[in-house]
Every structure is written in structure tokens, then in C-alpha cells.
Design a protein around this ligand. Sequence first.
Ligand code: ADP
Ligand code: MG
Ligand code: MG
Length: 904
Amino acid sequence: MTKVKRVYSFGNGKAEGKTEMKNLLGGKGANLAEMNLIGVPVPPGFTITTDVCEEYYQLGKEKVIELLKPEVEEAIKNIEKLTNTIFGDKKNPCLVSVRSGARASMPGMMDTVLNLGLNDEVVEGIAIKSGNHRFAWDSYRRFVQMYGDVVLGMKPESKEDIDPFEEIMENLKESKGIDNDTDFSVEDLKELVIKFKSAVKKQTGQDFPTDSYEQLWGSVMAVFNSWHNNRAIVYRRMENIPDEWGTAVNVQAMVYGNMGKNSATGVAFTRDAGTGENIFNGEYLIDAQGEDVVAGIRTPQQITLEGSKRWATLAEVSEEQRKSKFPSLEEAMPEMYKQLNETQDRLEKHYSDMQDLEFTIQDGKLWLLQTRNGKRTGAAMIKLAVDMLNEGMIDEKTSLLRIEPNKLDELLHPIFDGAAINKAVTLAKGLPASPGAATGRIIFFADEADKYEDSILVRIETSPEDLEGMNIARGILTAKGGMTSHAAVVARGMGKCCVSGAGAIKINYKNREMNIDGKILKEGDWISLNGSTGEVYDSKVDTKDPEMSGDFGIVMKLSDKYARMHVRTNADTPHDARVARDFGAQGIGLTRTEHMFFEGERIKVMREMILANDEEGRRNALNRLLPYQREDFEGILEAMEGFGVTIRLLDPPLHEFVPHEEANQKDMADEMGISVQDVKDMVESLSEFNPMLGHRGCRLGNTYPEITEMQARAIIEAAINLKKKGVDARPEIMVPLIGTVKEYKMQEDIIRETAEKVFKEKGEKIDYLVGTMIEIPRAALTADLVAEYAEFFSFGTNDLTQMTFGYSRDDAGKFLKIYIEKGLLKYDPFQVLDQEGVGQLVKMGTEKGRSTNKNLKVGICGEHGGEPTSVEFCDSVGMDYVSCSPFRVPIARLAAAQASIKKN
Ligand code: ADP
Ligand code: MG
Ligand code: MG
């Protein structure tokens, strides 16, 4: 048996891992290794593999430590050798960080501990060795704080309370009359450490561990545990990251950004993650460590001079003040800036994608601590893909694969209406952290985001615990924090509008209100955010539809070049058909006719038809419905001129059309000259126990053939009328809900006979198709028989899912959520096609159908037609098209292109 390797070392230009090993080493670990290999300065360390996380959950702590011990001790020795220090030594100690790192990046979702290895003696050693007591004690208080939080579980008691350590710090600041963490004296820091440790003892009953290996194992296990903390679980669910993946653990020698004025720490993006512009940008803080920049503790400074000037304008800071108090890295440390700029350029070229970097400057030396493909908004995703294609960095296929289809959705959302904006009252200005428009009611706690239908989450700053609420809220506003704050980064990842660091806002969580220059706004009050300018407006501000930008068009054109399948739309009205056409739909995959019976006078005539006692009565009413239907069909066929329009015959149970309220029943009785009781009786007689499995679909047309006759006539007449006007109408008549070939054939015969009749009457012919929906499992199982007659199939995967699972679509809401939480289902099968089960029927139906009719046209018209993974599946079974709602057409076009590219 070969020995399992659990630990991979890196450092000093060497590494056992590389980028391609993301699955095993996690994204962070794999890239730390890779950066070593390409000569970027990275503190030495090692990665414990994601497989060990799984072992930990199976075998438990003790056993895993036993398995890891020899390799970890070896790897620590390697760090000691490269840094010339000793782990746990009192004179020349080696301190490390312990960091999580999953396959897919989950920024801030899991926990990190810095400065590990400190205790009361080691801290003195560090102080003497560095000659910097402040730095030593600052590191120590940070360590106790992080270890206390992450490993020992020191959390605030309720959501209105602040963090127990923050509280101690705030109290000390107040009593000393200081504002910033950097103003603490050495004595203050010593006092903090003592107070922190006694708070730990008081809340957890445990002494703070002093042994460095005990600290190390505690932290490693805490990282494994954090894989299953709430916010990580929520994040995985949102991003569809499997629970089984597990996290790797990275242990790495510390480098110190908190060593004084010649040290700093920061984060940077090689391009703008909000807009996609090719501008290097980021933020840093002098004499700071770790998350200080993103946590909004002090106002972060900009990296580039240009960025700094932009920031100053937005933050209304004068040039003089900017230069003296908030200089850019470019100005403050020109040599460091030069190196960082070269490194970012190198990393972007190496990965051929926009990078999100973490760096630390320790006493005039630059170190990189992380690089990853940066999260971005939908707009930035498109611009980056197109720009990098134009720059020759990536090819067309890669460019298309770079865009997540669902992200296009963001670009299809409303923006503020110009006139409304001019009238809007600006309350405050923050940073344009994530573009977009949002209007909603104020809430102050993330777990209350669903209190209103449209809510705006307002926080001093956000933290990873707030994730779920941020996702629900329409927009996010923070009082503190910069462009790389947690709120900003997460919002951009979600494509959610965000304004950060609006300093004029004073929030009082306890009273659930905020004060903006004397104006009080309470929970539930309306505000609006402009994430593109940073403006915060009073009340609701009207929005309008977005315009498609140039890059969007390029991506769509490119998609059509690579996609094998066409994309159609589901549309019931000429307006929807036109909208979809503008989005690039090539035809209609589903026009439902039932809604056409509800408008105005029509419903009365429809009810007369349903309530009629005999065929003659029905024909009478149907004759009056015919002109309405014909007119509707003319409208929609004209709007989709030149493309196929699939029209489904009447489908829902008749019961849905009849009057259920007393007053309407009386109206109906008067209209028809019968008694109210008669109407009631007839309504009663139509009621069914299981209407979705009852008298509906082709069962209507087969029991009342005159309904099919009327609809077929209306369609054919509409097409002939259009032909006379010179419009190229292409109707495809679709029979719903068949289970047997005979059910289909009877309908087909009626349709074809009617069409011949109309041709004769009008002395004019048109081309049309007759086909069927495949939505009952039996139809899929006997598709070869059906296809002997049908010219096309359209998989109605909503009903097919309902009938294959035996889940009532209208009742499944109650248990599906619980099923997904419990892991019984991965997705809601009504949203994401169940490839394993329902997919078999789709595949078999397509194959069997084509076995008897090789020209059979096949498509899908369920909700799934606009869902990217389902679109990929449809491509794999060889469908000719997918059909989806108008606003999802661009998403489906891109998804179809990606499916073709991935296959080849
Ligand atoms: P996350 O995954 O949440 O970004 P990280 O593991 O990247 O967490 O670490 C949190 C912060 O600590 C980052 O700012 C990172 O740069 C910093 N950090 C981590 N390890 C070290 C180290 N060895 N030396 C200095 N800073 C570090
Ligand atoms: Mg990080
Ligand atoms: Mg159906």
C-alpha cells in the first residue's frame, strides 16, 4: 500500500503542490504553492489536504492528530529552517497563521488564526528580538482575540451585543480617550491581553493554552469544524458548493504588517471587480495586520494615486487632507508600490484572469499571502471576458466559459429612472461598492431581511454571519468600510447593489434607527441606494428597464456562433414575444391559450361554452370565441414572424374557468337565462378531487372535439390572414398531456381535417406542424409510437417532474424546503432538471422518438429551459432548442453555447 500524503510544503521558491491541485489543496493552498513556483515572494508553510478534513469527520480529532503528527512536525521543521526560527522557542520563536481554504473560494466563510505560537514568555522573546515591544504585544492581543473567537468560541451573547473582545477594547479606548487601535500603548496592550484571557476563562471556563503545538492542533481542528459552521453552510448552498468537498488547512509563517510605519497590509484587484475596467486598485493600511483593511476598523487608504484621488472626491476629502492623512501606497511607499504593481501584472498574466490579492509589507519587504480569481459583478464578468479576449489573453471559447449564465440576470434588472433621480433627495454619500439600483425598507439585522418584501440592510459593517440576509436584501448600506470591505466584496459577488462607508450615518442598533445629519430614519422607512455612484436617497426612487451594452451584444453574438441549440421563448402575448425577440429568441416554444379566455367579455362566453348542456350549445359559444382567438394568434404569429410559434391547445381543467363566487354565478345565470341553482349544480359537477390529473389537456379535446376544432381553425385562419398581408407565419400546433398514441392521433386528425377545410374555404394554404407535449411518463415510454405521427416533441418538464416524482407542484412547497435542508434532495427538481430520474425519460423519449421519425424536432418548454445545468443536459440529449421565459433568453443562449463548447 502506498503511503497517503497528507501534508504539502511550500517555501523559498519550491512547492510540492501547484494550481492544478485545487481539489486536494484547496484554492488558497494550491495558489500559495504556485506563487512559490513562479517566484512570487510568499512566506513558507504547508497545506493539510481536503481529504484529511473528511478523515477528521469520520475518525475524530485524536485519531487525525495521530495520523498527521509526523508529517506536520516535518513540515514545521521546514518552516523553521527557512525562517531561521523555532516553533515554541522563547528566544527565537516562529509564529504561524492557520488558515482555511476550500476548493472553491469562500472568502471569510471559515476561520483564520494569526500569530499562533505566542504565550507570556514567547511574547517577551519577540519583543526583545524585534526591539519593538508594541508590535509584540499588539500581535499577542490579536492572537488571544482570534484564538478565543475561533477556537474557544468567544462570541457575543445576543445580536444586539458587540463582540466581547471589542467591548473590552472600546472600554479601554474610551477611558484612555483614544480613537484608533494604533494609539494603544504597550501597557494598554498588556492590559488587553490580561483582560481578554480572563474574559475567556470567565465565559468558557478554560485557561488559555500556552503550548504551541496544543494551540496549533486546536486551530487546525477549528478550521475543520468551521466547514460546518452556519455561514459556511449558507454560502455553500447559495453557491452550489457540495458539502462533501471539505476544506484544506494552510499553516504559514507569519509576516508582520504591524511592525510600525514601514509595514502595512492590504488587498488589491488587478482590475475593477465592480465594472471590469482595466484599473489596478485596492486598499491598504499602515501598521496593520490581517483583516484590518476589510473589517472597516480604520479608513483604508488607496493603493494607486489615481484611485486615491477618485476616492477623495467621493468621500469629499480635500486634496491637502488626502495627501497628509490618506496618501496612496504609490505615494507613501513608492518602491513597494512598484514591486506590487509588477507582481499583480505577473499574476494576472499567469492566471489569465482578474486576480484578488492579499499582501503584507513587513519592514520594507513585500510578501504575497493569497491570490485567487476575483469575484465580480455580472457587468464586470462580461467586460473582463470581452476585454481579455480583445487583448489576446484568452480565446473565444474561454471568454464564453468565463461568464456564469445566471449572472447575466443582473444586467437585465432595472436601473434608476433619470427623471426620478433628479428629483430624489440625497441623504448621504458613501462609496460605490457594488453597482446597481436598489429601493426598499430599512432593516438593521441581517436575520430580519425577510421582514419586508423589499428590504435594505443597513449595518455599521457586515460580517460573514450576515450572508443569508445580505442575499435576501435588495441592497446593502454600511457606515464603515471601504471598497474591499466585507460588504463590498460579498455584494459584488452576489451582484447586489451596495454602498459602503457612508460615514455620515450613525446607527443605533438598540433603538433600531439611524441618524443622518440630524434626520432620524427608523426600521421600515424607505430609502434608495445607487451602487454606481454611492448615493443614498430618501424614500422610494422609480426605476426603469436597463439597456443592453455593447459588450453584452458581443457575448450574445459569440454565443450564437458556438451554440448548437436554438433558444425559443415561452410567451403568451405579442408584447412578451417582442421582448424575447429583442433578447434574441428564435421562435416561441410555448404559447398557452388559456389566458386568452379570461379577458373582459371572453370569460363569459367561455363559461357559456363550459356550462352548455350539449354540443350545439358549446358550438354556439365557441363560434363567438373564434374571432377573439384568431386575433390573438395573429398578434403573436406576427410578432414572431419568420420563426416557429408553438401553440398549445387548451390545457387546464375546465373547472378553473367557471364562477365560484355567488355574485358571478348570479351574473352567469342572468346571462344564460337559467337559475342560479342550475349554475351552482354545474359548477359542482365540474369539481374534481385531483384536477391536475383529471379532465384536462387532450382529454378535453377528445371528449369535446369542437373545442380543438375551433382552436385549430383560429390558428390556421390567423396564419392565412397574415400570409395575405405578406407576413411569414409559422404555426406549430401542440397537443397537450397525451399518454397514448391514440389520444394524440385523434387530436391530430381533428386538426388536419379542420385545416383542410379552412384551406378550401379560403382558397389559400399555409405550412404548419402538428406535434405534442411529452409530459406524462407514459408518453415518454411510448415515444416511438407517438413519433410515427407527431412532427415535434416538446418536453413539458414541469408536469413531467410532477408526475415522475409524484410531487404535486402546488403542494410541494411545504416539504421541498425541508427535503433540501435535510439533504434528501440536492435541488428543487422544479427548478433544476432531475437528470438522474426525469432526465432518463427525456433522453429515452428523444431517442425513441427519433428512432421512428428521424426528422422529429425536439425541444423543452418547462421552467428548466432557462436553467443553465438543465440547458446543458438538453444539449447532451440532442434537443434542437430550449424555450424559456423572455428574460432568461440571454442566459439560455450563453448556456447553450457553453454546452456545445464543453462537449467538444
Ligand atoms: P480568508 O480566507 O477569510 O481570506 P485568510 O486565511 O486569507 O482568510 O486570512 C485572513 C487574513 O490574515 C488575510 O488578510 C491574510 O492576508 C492574513 N494572513 C494570513 N496568514 C498570514 C501570515 N502568515 N502572515 C500575515 N498575514 C496573514
Ligand atoms: Mg484571504
Ligand atoms: Mg403541462
